[in-house]
Design a binder for this molecule. Structure first.
Ligand code: NAP
Length: 287
């Protein structure tokens, strides 16, 4: 780590951004710009396309324009770490950053995806996550954020199921929890054990909208089934879980909470989650 860009930072007011590739589809500018307007904050938020391998060339010009913070998405969540001055302990454990704060000419990296997911579970009134048996399906970047956050939060008993078992085993080892890593077939057959089931794979999104990561025939009737996909708003997995009588949650609550946590880091203000939720639904219904 260690920023080579600090001398280029400027004190111009109010620019925030999301960097990624592709980035044109991002809803983050709609959300953050509406929040700035609502809270009378003189700032704007832009989506900036930066190709993989171009961070070192492109970040200085963003900082030179007075950028005070930015979100980081695919493919830069890991690569950005080498350009930071400081890394929050949770982001360090996750090994990926989705939010950068520019503070006193320093770049500080955070990961708000996992905490955003954890916060979203509060929507389930009766769920005590610290007491729950949790099945995480998938072992990619989003799974990593959720597993590390749940592990640091303590309490929950974690099982990770993945198509590639070795990735689930590696993630479990890294989380330092005494859970299990299993195949999708094993998860399917012992599904009745789990209070909370979280899909973090991309199965359910286009072009796999007509698929589920596993069959739900053994799910408990009162299980909590979360799919972190938000496009479509209701995946086939959630549709089937609902039909089985489970409590369900799509990816919108996680998405808006990770954005709210980033907004709080940058501005010190708590944004209106209802406003954020409405913006996401308006955008999704236009698609
Ligand atoms: P990723 O790093 O590419 O991981 C993808 C995961 O899906 C891996 O575990 C992969 O298994 C599994 N997978 C993919 N295709 C599969 C298939 N055909 N059969 C079985 N498993 C399959 O992706 P990610 O960044 O973690 O993102 C995953 C999803 O989360 C995306 O849909 C993304 O939009 C969503 N997401 C939502 C939020 C939110 O705020 N709601 C935030 C972040 C991500 P292998 O290891 O075997 O390849």
């Amino acid at each position: 780590m260690g920023s080579i860009f600090a001398h280029r930072l400027s004190n111009l007011p109010g620019l925030y951004a999301v960097i990624g590739d592709p980035i044109a589809h991002s809803m983050s500018p709609n959300i953050h710009n509406a929040l700035f307007e609502n809270l009378n904050i003189d700032a704007k938020y832009e989506a900036i396309q930066i190709a993989k391998g171009q961070l070192r060339e492109e970040i200085p010009s963003l900082l030179g324009r007075g950028c005070r913070g930015f979100n980081v998405t695919i493919p830069h969540k890991v690569d950005i770490i080498s350009l930071l001055d400081e890394l929050d302990p949770l982001a360090e454990r996750i090994g990926a950053v989705n939010t950068v704060l520019v503070n006193n000419h320093k770049l500080i990296g955070y990961n708000t995806d996992g905490p955003g997911f954890l916060e979203s579970l509060k929507q389930f009134d009766k769920l005590n996550i610290n007491d729950a048996k949790v099945l995480i399906i998938g072992s990619g970047g989003a799974a990593r954020a959720i597993v590390m956050t749940l592990a640091m939060n303590g309490g929950a008993k974690l099982t990770i199921a993945n198509r590639t078992l070795s990735k689930a085993q590696e993630l479990l080892m890294h989380s330092k929890t005494s859970g299990r890593a299993i195949t999708l077939d094993e998860a399917e057959s012992c599904l009745a054990q789990y209070d909370v089931i979280i899909n973090t794979t991309s199965i359910g999104m286009s072009p796999q909208r007509d698929k589920t990561p596993l069959k739900l025939q053994n799910v408990k009737k009162d299980a909590y089934v979360c799919d972190i996909i938000y496009n479509p708003l209701q995946t086939l997995l959630l549709e089937e879980a609902k039909a089985k009588g489970c409590y369900v949650q799509n990816g919108v609550p996680m998405f808006i909470r990770q954005a709210a946590l980033a907004f709080k880091l940058w501005t010190g203000r708590n944004p209106d989650l209802n406003q954020m939720n409405n913006i996401v639904y308006q955008n999704m219904l236009k698609k």
